[in-house]
Write a protein that binds this ligand. Sequence first.
Ligand SMILES: Cc1cc2nc3c(=O)[nH]c(=O)nc-3n(C[C@H](O)[C@H](O)[C@H](O)COP(=O)(O)OP(=O)(O)OC[C@H]3O[C@@H](n4cnc5c(N)ncnc54)[C@H](O)[C@@H]3O)c2cc1C
Length: 391
Amino acid sequence: MTESYDVAVIGLGAMGSASLWQFARRGLRVVGIDRFSPPHDQGSTHGETRITRQAIGEGASYVPLALRSHEIWREVEAQTGECLLFEVGGLTISHAGQSDTPKRHGNFLTQAINAAERYGIAHEVLTPADIRQRYPQFRPETDELGLFEPGAGYLLAEKCVAANLGLARAAGADLKLSTVVRGLEPGNMGIRLDTDRGSLVAQKLIVAAGPWAPALLGEPFTSILTPTRQLMHWLNFDPEWKADWTTSPVFMWLHEDTRKGFFYGFPSRDGTTIKCADEIGTSRIDPDAMQREIRPAAQANFVASHLEGRLQGIAGVSTSVSCIYTETPDSHFLIDWHPKLENCLVVSPCSGHGFKHAAAIGEAVAQLLTDGRSNINLIPFALGRFGLQGE
Ligand SMILES: Cc1cc2nc3c(=O)[nH]c(=O)nc-3n(C[C@H](O)[C@H](O)[C@H](O)COP(=O)(O)OP(=O)(O)OC[C@H]3O[C@@H](n4cnc5c(N)ncnc54)[C@H](O)[C@@H]3O)c2cc1C
């Protein structure tokens, strides 16, 4: 007998694990399938930490997701006893008069301030002198400004996934791990999922396959979604800067009017290193064949391009890790029905800024599939903006 489910979730990273729990807690017969055993370090959800903020510079349509996500992460913490969300504050530094750029960082600071004002999110605008006095580890230029958001901070990415999966399992979800979905076929009984361990049928399907989504879904997704290789670096700092780096807010720095002039970082969690990263990978990669090791030249280039003259006390790169973005042409999310496969919702290519929204996305897609509508508007993330229509 082929196993049959109300809902199947393919991919149990940030998006899939959050969705799985939301379906399970609603009492649906749900199965989650993953080619690995999440949390793992092969996709988009590893490297310990992810920045979260609510005054979203990428656009106001993300704010309700970020606000709701913080509430849900606190609920997950209460149910699991895990500490997942650290509201250590967040500082965004940018040139005051930064103009529009084609990518998502265009007008970032202005949009973030507007979002904070519109949604009543606590924030302060800081001068370079304010920043240097309060956070001496940062050396902004005289024409730069800071937006400080006290409720921003970071999430522990792998722990969030593990917590979601634990809650989903406890609520009755089936998990099929180390199982690769090879094909999807519509049929009279529902959508048939062919895996390397047999087939199953689901009435509705969530595809949250991250960088593997284009290969699994085919067109139009292969044209719209581009997996790119990104690097994260852990940097040693001089012991005299320990107090500053361990109590630091998370930070984002837009020092040039292009995506190349952007980097971000975290406070030290181990007392000896801070994690920093940028977003320079643009070429399409195959997640199964991506070069995982990092050349010393890439590390040196990162330090020279971003850190020198801006961060105080940095003593060099300790280690680096690669990770994968799945990007859309406009760097915004894609959450919509598959245009050719009925009852299949594509949820996940989140262009490098999705983690903070994952908890609310999981809830919204569960509402959409069970009630026909979600409390949070997902229309801004639809295929229509690329001239395509979801089912
Ligand atoms: C370096 C880096 C830094 C980032 N920083 C931030 C940040 O600070 N703040 C923020 O909000 N966001 C950040 N992001 C973005 C965020 O991490 C991602 O948007 C999010 O993790 C994507 O999760 P996902 O579930 O879509 O993908 P993934 O976590 O990759 O999950 C996809 C899952 O699908 C499984 N899968 C794929 N194909 C199949 C198949 N055929 N069969 C079975 N299973 C399959 C995979 O094994 C995988 O577990 C960052 C991303 C990166 C790479």
